[in-house]
Every structure is written in structure tokens, then in C-alpha cells.
Design a protein around this ligand. Sequence first.
Ligand SMILES: [Zn+2]
Ligand SMILES: [Zn+2]
Length: 429
Amino acid sequence: MVKLRPFPVLSPQRVVQGPSRLGGARSALLPMRPRPEPQELLSSWLFRLAQANSQKLHSLSRLIFGERQLWNRDIDSMAGDEVLAALERATGVNADVLRLHTLPSLEGRVYAHHTANSSTPWVLHLGIYHRTRRHCGLQYCPQCLGERPAYLLPWRLSISVVCPVHGCVLHAACPACGVPVVPHRVDMAAHLSKSFPTRFPHTRCHACEVALASAPTVAAPAAVVAWQAVIHAAIAGDGWVQVQGVGAVPLTEYLVVARLWLTLLTFGRRAERLRTLLGMPVLAQSEPRVRSFDVLDVRTRLAAIEHLITLFDGWPERVTAWSRAARLRRTILLQDMQAPPEWYLDALKPLEYVNPRRPLTGPLSWEELLSHAQQGGRRARLLVAYGEGRPVREVARHFGIAPRTVRDLVTRFNQGRPEGPARKTSSFE
Ligand SMILES: [Zn+2]
Ligand SMILES: [Zn+2]
């Protein structure tokens, strides 16, 4: 528990021009300088800094950064050398230490490159609109917030779904009114002006003032809690995780593979069958406008991560088993990967021989073929049986034709000649 020290009342002038404690020379050091908590977001520390100095957040920002507009952007993403140097002058905390509390510090451990102006993989979208946020991009654990008023760096990541300390599901909105958490919009002036200042106003909903720590605690599955602890330890530590049968691998490599499978498990194209086989719930937000894991709600991400854990628990056999069952081809299993990790390619090796036949590349999508087959189309039913991986001989026997006719029909389909010039080769349709 962090104790509030008594508030000294000070004006900006007094801070800048006040006598230095370091002897004579004028100092810009703030009187109250709480240290950042481990893993605390830079923005969260700024809220506490303002409060400790009885300042409105925006007054403190003006004092430290001048007229720079910081709060209409994502300060945890954008804080560069200038901002950190100004903070070092105001607080005495080294800029390199402060950098560890920003999202760019996760470069090389969570993502290969952090891009401040566009979306970075795993960073939840904030949907910044002027001074407010349209997406729930800042998550929190109500119990953590109740114990210490700090928002943590991993809470900004879509890979974070539970609190490894308290074993509960993270929240991403106000429990009372459902708006995203936007701590810098809390009117600190209102909280400071009361005779008994509100404790930690930035841990309240900016819209309805409910304490976020009062959000209900929802117990998370034990396997997810254990997994989250491993991932967070890797993020905060040396950035390596263990993969069964492989050994220690860089977290970035693990996350490249995890991201592909989490996409397949949630909305990946051509992976509907995988989701059906695993009983994944249909996305509540039917079709996210941005097709990214980083805009999905915490419940959807949690459900996908449970399956990801199962996948890695059975590594590498389960990758091939699921891929075969859901007919996921290598192109799908490697899509959007610039440099697939060697250990992942090794796991996919058995799949190279599983389906040597030609894929169906004809004018109809798989869904359209299925629909035709359901309506009784004989040719569509044959192509579906072929596409499902049934042996050609078996398909031929089932439809009472020669294996060569099956292959001819596939050729004609792939050439976009659904009717075919030589109807005499078969009596289909
Ligand atoms: Zn917690
Ligand atoms: Zn609210």
C-alpha cells in the first residue's frame, strides 16, 4: 500500500524558483518525487506525481513540458528523449530508467519494432480521439489497483488477459458505466479542492467517478494464470520462454507463432473449421473493423489463449493434429510471417507430406462449395470430399466413377471451367 504524504500547496512559480535543497543554485526539482513502481506505465507515474504535488495533471504537465500537448496522444508510446529529459530535470529520476516504463522499451522482447505513430503488434488500440479514447486499450486488475494506485505496462498488451498475482480476469472498462479507462480525463481539480482530497482520483472512472478497484473479481482458469505469469516474467526479465520439446526460445519468436494461432482461433480467414472443431465462440463483435487480435475484448482473447496453451502443452504433435483436422495448409500456417522460427518449421514438417494433392483454387470459395454441396450439387459434393482430404480412390468409389475422372473434375474446377468443354467425361451436375 502506498501512503499518501501530506500535500504541500505550491504554485508553479514556487516549484521553478524555489530554493534548491542542493545548496544555493535554483532547482527545477518538484518537492514531492515518488519513484515509479516496478512495471508502472509512465503516464500512471505522472498521475501520481501530480497528486503528490497537489497539482492538476495539466498544470504539472505545463510546468514540466511547457505548451507541448501530450495528453491528446499516447504518452506511453510517444514519450521521446525530450520528454524524458524534462522529467529527469523535474524529478531526478534518470531518463533511461523512465524509458523502461514506456512501450518502446518492450522492443526486442514483445515486438521486433515499436512504431509510435501506427499500431504495434500486441499493443491494445486506444482509439484516440482528441483527449478521449474510443477503445478499451488500458486494462486493469481491480485488486492490484486497490493495493497500489499504479497502472502497469503489461496491461496495455493484448497478450495480457489475467492478473498473475491475483488470479483474476483483467477489466478494460468502468464496471458501472462501461466507458474506457482514461485516467488523465479525471478532473483532479475537483478531487484536490475538497477538504478531504480523494485518494488516487486517477483510479476512478472519469465519467462516473466509480472506483475501478470496486470492479468485481472474476477468477481466471489456473492454467491461464500460470501461463500469464511466465509471459510477464519473460517481458520483465530476460525475454525467453520454454517450449516443450524445443527448449528456451526468445519471447519474440514464441509470440510470432502465438499471434498466428490466436488469429486463426479468433477470426483468421479459412480457419472456421478449426474454430468449429475447438468450439470457439463466434465473435460477439461479429466482424471487427480492424482485423487484429489487438482490438478484441478480453473475454475473446482469454478463450483463444486457453486453446493456445493447449496447443503448446502438446507441442509439437498437436500442431500437426489440429492442422490436419482443420485442413490448414502450410500457406495458412505461415501467413504474414517474415521469418518463421526454425522450431516452428520443424513442427510443421510432418505436414509437408500430408496433402500432396493439388489444392482447390477454382472460381468458388470453400464456403460457396460447401453451400452448393449442402444444396445437393453432386459435383460440389465431390469437390468437397476431395478438398476435405479423402483419398481420391475413395471419392471415386463413393461417386461410382473412375479416379481419373475425379482428377479431371479438379483440373476443370481449378481452370475456372465449372461446366467443362467435354461434358462427356462425366455425367456430373
Ligand atoms: Zn492483480
Ligand atoms: Zn464509469
